[in-house]
Design a protein around this ligand. Structure first.
Ligand code: 5AD
Ligand code: SF4
Length: 473
């Protein structure tokens, strides 16, 4: 038997890229690849790139400069190190990468990962391989399922892609160009994935897609299923105690999704619902297809279905034409909704998008200043949300041993990290925790005696969100 070849993947950007990286590992496992955390002893290095905001491609080229040194060093020891560029920069600038970076052996777009073994073989025989164009119906081409050991090693929480691509064409966004048109996976394949994950210890599933609530997959009954119907089906799978989904678009919130929040205790009361701006003028220029009031009404529908629900969002400041009045409307919306957390970004023109042709009117200084004001407001809401948990007993799904000896860390319904002193046996269980204090973004508490009530509603809706950025919607 050949010795295993070593694979190192460096992923940037969104949850979808984290998931894709795992699927690349799974697809290359039957080829004899095992993952390594070190670049230097890797036989194959994959850069899984992100194109959503500024400086993405420059970052890739400077990373490739470093990899050239590692590749030369490997060659000096008689080893060939292959280098592949994957992800959205590969999709958007594949030919340019091949031209500018001779160190790269393979360029592969997000819709072609199932061809990685053939691409590597082609690169070996022909020198280099590029594949970024694929027919839409092949988008979810066969990717090897993870092995049970791989699932167990990745822990009790897992992403599952249910949908890819976006048809919304917000004027600032590259996703419709890099990830292509919206496509949904059939229900049966998703159920198979979740059954396999649950059988191997996964307790929490986050369904992901660039516009996840536009999901319309083929059901086993031959009908088209919505995200709400899919969630009902997945909630029946033994072992799955928590369900989440990300990222949603306010225009695609169907009644079945609201009903799922009302009916399914496993569906966590925490929704990432990007709004981008609170100004109708800017929302129109962004081609968001909703007004600030439409957004408020969607939030109200969720809250009517589940009163302990909390929200996070994405915001862009400094979109072309954004005045101080427009920005004030964004701050007003944030005050009105009361977020548990949010990501905010300075607008950056993305080549090929309609907004890149708009005249930029907001200076770099104004953008910085608006970002600071918006983040200050969001941070204060997030801190208040976290502080409101102190003194309450909340459900925590325990994930792993923490850095401090004897401590186990898990997450609340709102993704707040929570630490308790306990035995590792509690990993994988949802247990009530009496929250005693807050250290930065982490809650500290003690295991409480069951039974207890459902996660107590926060005083108002704020919380901590994980550092992983989102994509889409
Ligand atoms: N400039 C700044 N932020 C952007 N986003 C997407 N495109 C851009 C851009 N050109 C942000 C949006 C989106 C999040 C994933 O990234 O807020 O929701
Ligand atoms: Fe689609 Fe979201 Fe990008 Fe808009 S911001 S085009 S909804 S992925």
């Amino acid at each position: 038997m050949n010795p295993p070849r070593k694979l190192h993947i460096k992923s940037y950007g969104c949850q979808m890229n984290v998931y894709d990286a795992q699927r690349m590992v799974d697809t290359l496992a039957p080829e004899g690849f095992v993952e390594t955390s070190s670049v230097d002893d890797a036989d194959l290095v994959i850069l899984n790139t992100c194109h959503i905001r500024e400086k993405a491609s420059e970052k890739v080229y400077s990373e490739l400069g470093r990899l050239r040194v590692a590749k030369d060093e490997a060659a000096r020891h008689g080893r060939h190190m292959s280098i592949a560029v994957a992800g959205c920069v590969a999709q958007a600038e594949g030919n340019e990468i091949i031209r500018r970076a001779p160190v790269v052996d393979v360029v592969v777009g997000p819709q072609s990962y199932h061809h990685l073994p053939q691409l590597l073989a082609r690169a070996k025989s022909h020198g280099r391989a590029l594949e970024t164009e694929f027919p839409v119906d092949d988008k979810f081409g066969f990717l090897a399922p993870p092995k049970p050991e791989a699932i167990r090693a990745r822990g009790i929480s897992s992403f599952v892609t249910v949908q890819e691509g976006c048809d919304k064409f917000c004027t600032f966004c590259v996703v419709p160009y890099t990830r292509g048109a919206e496509v949904s996976r059939p229900v049966a394949r998703i159920v198979d994935d979740v059954l396999r994950l649950a059988d191997n210890g996964v307790r929490e599933i986050t369904l992901i897609g660039q516009n996840v609530n536009a999901y319309h997959g083929e059901g086993p009954d031959g009908r088209t299923w919505s995200l709400g119907t899919l969630l009902h089906r997945l909630a029946d799978i033994p072992g799955i105690v928590r369900l989440r989904y990300s990222t949603s678009h306010p225009r695609d919130v169907e009644e079945s999704l609201i009903a799922a929040h009302r009916d399914l205790p496993a569906l966590m009361p925490f929704v990432h619902l990007p709004v981008q701006s609170g100004s109708d003028r800017i929302l129109a220029a962004m081609n968001r297809k909703h007004t600030a009031d439409d957004y408020r009404r969607v939030i109200d529908r969720f809250r009517a279905a589940r009163q302990d629900i909390a929200f996070s969002s994405d915001f862009i400041v400094g979109f072309p034409g954004e005045t101080e009045e427009d920005f004030a409307a964004t701050l007003a919306l944030v005050r009105q909704i009361g977020y548990a957390g949010a990501y905010s970004f300075k607008y950056s023109p993305r080549p090929g998008t309609p907004a890149a042709d708009m005249r930029e009117t907001v200076s770099a200084g104004e953008m910085d200043e608006r970002l600071v004001r918006l983040q200050g407001l969001i941070d204060s809401q997030q801190s208040a949300f976290n502080a409101a948990t102190i003194g309450n007993t909340v459900d925590v799904l325990f994930e792993r041993a923490a850095r401090n000896p004897g401590q186990i860390v898990g997450r609340t319904a709102y993704l707040q990290p929570a630490h308790v002193m306990a035995s590792v046996d509690i990993i994988g269980q949802v247990l009530p925790v009496a929250i005693e204090s807050l250290e930065r973004y982490s809650l500290l508490g003690e295991l409480a005696d069951p039974p207890h009530a459902r996660p107590s509603p926060p005083a108002f809706s704020q919380m901590t969100i994980s550092s992983q950025t989102t994509t889409g919607a």
